[in-house]
Ligand binder design. Structure first.
Ligand SMILES: Nc1ncnc2c1ncn2[C@@H]1O[C@H](COP(=O)(O)OP(=O)(O)OP(=O)(O)O)[C@@H](O)[C@H]1O
Ligand SMILES: [Mg+2]
Length: 304
């Protein structure tokens, strides 16, 4: 089973306003509520691709119920820990410029956190757990590390998509995949990149530090892929970007779904790029049909 973990999900409240006037009454042209959260995105795309997945994490209150109902409607399996406080709402104002207002999110009690940790004890060596997004401040500093210890001690694998110290301390525990974008990778090592050649040594470094596979996404400029022995570059399909939220999460879904199915990491990388782009080119997340229509546009070349 592929599990995803979303520690701090959200309802993304997307508000369209022709022109935002601060200090005035603004009337919405259109508003949309969507379930948000990186692990949830991974589960929804895996489900679109026909893979079984279970979404884990914390949900609470009427906002949490909105997300649970949405996932149930899409037939995404879930096993969230129900928490006392309400799941957060993030506001995305789409006006002449985009403004985002993100909530900190609910406090998770020690007991609630313990329930999620206990779920890790039920994993088997057949399972993969996708840990996505930054840890909310109310959880202990080493919460991901505690989860990873449990995951690896039963022989299950994990993928981690977070940043900074949290990512650095996870790499040594041998994740199946890490997928920083090029900005996150530069920040991780306190450097700056000016070309693909600049990035390659750092991609290799992720592997030597412990990651089995590393994808470095570069939005519209393609993506790089590193394995223990090889490095590859992919072109991205051409198209009009509608909403790139969840593009990185979609890459993870495309990768792990295909890896589990084919055991072919280069095929998995190719699918991951098509999946990321299919999400960037659609309003919500990629559908199977959209992904399949782009896959032949992704060209993979080996880097010497
Ligand atoms: N302009 C674009 N044209 C084509 N594909 C794109 C574009 N932007 C993003 N993508 C696709 O989405 C993938 C991931 O994009 P990006 O590098 O922005 O990830 P990210 O920053 O991790 O995203 P996220 O915000 O979801 O975490 C790219 O590798 C590519 O396949
Ligand atoms: Mg990302």
């Amino acid at each position: 089973m592929i599990y995803t973990v979303t520690l701090n999900p959200s309802i993304d409240y997307i508000v369209h306003i022709p022109s935002l006037q601060l200090g005035d009454l603004n009337r919405m042209e259109k508003d949309i509520k969507l379930p948000g959260g990186k692990g949830i995105n991974v589960s929804r795309v895996l489900n679109n691709l026909g893979h079984t997945t279970t979404a884990l994490g914390f949900l609470g209150g009427f906002t949490g119920k909105f997300i649970a109902d949405w996932l149930e409607h899409e037939a995404v399996q879930t096993d969230f820990v129900e928490i006392e406080q309400d799941t957060r709402i993030n506001v995305k104002v789409k006006a002449d410029v985009e403004t985002e207002i993100n909530a900190a999110g609910p406090a998770v009690s020690q007991e609630e956190a313990g329930k999620l940790l206990n779920q890790m004890d039920l994993l088997t060596s057949e399972d993969v757990v996708v840990l996505s997004g930054n840890k909310p401040p109310t959880l202990p500093e080493d919460f991901y590390q505690q989860m990873i210890e449990k995951i690896t001690s039963v022989g299950a694998e994990f993928i981690i998509d977070t940043t900074g110290k949290e990512l650095l301390s996870a790499i040594g525990s041998k994740p199946l995949l890490v997928k920083p974008n090029h900005h996150e990778l530069a920040d991780l090592f306190g450097t700056a990149f000016h070309s693909i050649e600049d990035i390659i040594p750092y991609g290799k470094k992720l592997i030597s530090m412990g990651a089995k596979y590393a994808v470095i996404s570069m939005a519209g400029d393609g993506a790089l892929f590193f394995t223990e022995t090889d490095a590859y570059q992919a072109t991205v399909p051409k198209g009009k970007v509608k909403n790139s939220v969840g593009a990185g999460d979609s890459m993870i879904a495309g990768f792990i779904g295909t890896l589990v199915e084919t055991s072919n990491p280069v095929e998995a990388f190719k699918k991951s790029v098509a999946t990321g782009s299919a999400t960037a080119f659609s309003d919500d997340l990629a559908t199977k049909k959209e992904i399949e229509s782009l896959i032949n546009q992704v060209e993979i070349s080996k880097i010497d």
